[in-house]
Design a protein around this ligand. Structure first.
Ligand code: SAM
Length: 330
């Protein structure tokens, strides 16, 4: 990538993510499947079972001393009061939670919010381009996490090597990420199933914000994806294999999305706003679970937890569906 391309990438990514809440809901209408409360609860259950997510993560972080002793790093900044970084800050166990993101406007808005919430002592915000800037920290963080950021990164090898170095010896890494087809080029099978479902739905549930009836499932062209966000899903399909190469992966939980993402994109809001839509959504979730469990579709979203790598041993037995990806790397 030359300098001009890089300048264009940075300015477009910064602009697009200056308010991530508006990307997920346009003018209050939810367009993205993960923004739906029921879908989000389904993902949380798939990732953490019946234990609340914060409790589940905190129970895996060693905390030898009393009081706020821990340090965390958030790769990417979430919008809003319940951002994961805020929840960690509220536990009283962290002396510092550093949040890095490329989008300066997002960082400023979030900092203003968390200062108002009284979390300003703990939360620190730094603008960082994870493609270029180094984490530059040795054995520093008890927790490093990313929610939806790493599938925007091309230079995954360098970044994961730095994450590994930056964890304390007993530190924990987790990512909740999209690991599906690069540039959102969903497979023909995904599109075939999602389109069949759309065609069976009442018209009003398949109508987008512009009032257009969208019977075909969503699969943007490569060019549309890059024009909208040059970092979008740039190497998403490599993420699991690279994480497994640089870190000691403990577990990968399949959190779905391979049907719901192309099926609900652009029309998701109807499955909260409309009474029939609300009834149908749990059935669509059940259908997706079956498709993933029976290996008809892979899981495009995962929760991965890992530790610092101490040797060359892989501690993790990958489930069948991601062995194919891992073989490509090793
Ligand atoms: C899909 S959003 C996820 C944001 C947030 N974690 C959430 O849950 O809403 C992707 C985030 O990655 C950030 N990002 C993209 N490329 C980046 C880069 N090269 N360096 C740092 N952050 C980047 C964007 O600014 C954006 O905040």
């Amino acid at each position: 990538m030359n300098d001009d391309d890089d300048i264009r990438r940075i300015s477009r990514v910064e602009e697009k993510w200056s308010s991530s809440a508006e990307v997920y809901a346009v003018g209050g209408f939810k367009v993205f499947w993960e923004a739906l409360e029921i879908a989000s609860a389904y993902q949380m259950e798939a990732a953490f079972g019946s234990t609340p997510w914060l409790e589940s993560i905190m129970s895996r972080i060693p905390d030898p001393a009393e009081g706020p002793t821990l340090r965390a790093l958030s790769l990417g900044c979430s919008n809003g009061e319940t951002a994961p970084a805020n929840e960690f800050a509220r536990t009283g166990r962290f002396r510092e939670v550093t949040v890095v993101d490329i989008s300066q406007d997002l960082l400023v808005t979030q900092k203003e919010l968390t200062d108002r919430l009284g979390l300003g002592e703990i939360l620190r915000y730094h603008r960082m381009d994870l493609e270029q800037d180094s984490l530059d920290s040795e054995s520093t963080f008890d927790l490093i996490f990313a929610v939806g950021t790493l599938h925007h990164i091309r230079g995954l090898e360098r970044l994961f090597a730095e994450i590994n170095k930056s964890l304390t010896p007993a530190g924990l890494f987790f990512m909740r990420e999209y690991v599906g087809p690069d540039r959102l080029q969903f497979t023909d099978r995904q599109i075939e199933i999602a389109t069949a479902v759309r065609r069976a739905l009442p018209e009003r549930l398949c109508t987008d914000l512009k009032g257009q009836l969208c019977r075909d499932a969503w699969r943007p062209t490569f060019e549309e994806v890059v024009a909208d966000d040059p970092s979008e899903a740039i190497r998403s399909s490599d993420l699991l294999a690279i994480a497994n190469r640089f870190l000691a992966v403990e577990e990968v939980r399949m959190t779905g999305g391979s049907l719901l993402d192309p099926l609900l994109h652009g029309i998701a809001g109807h499955f909260e706003d409309d009474a029939t839509g609300r009834k149908i959504l749990p059935l669509l979730i059940a259908f997706e679970k079956i498709l993933i469990r029976e290996d008809v579709l892979p899981s495009d979203y995962v929760l991965l937890t890992a530790r610092r790598r101490k040797d060359d041993k892989h501690g993790w037995s990958p489930p069948m569906w991601c062995r194919r990806l891992l073989r490509a790397e090793s």
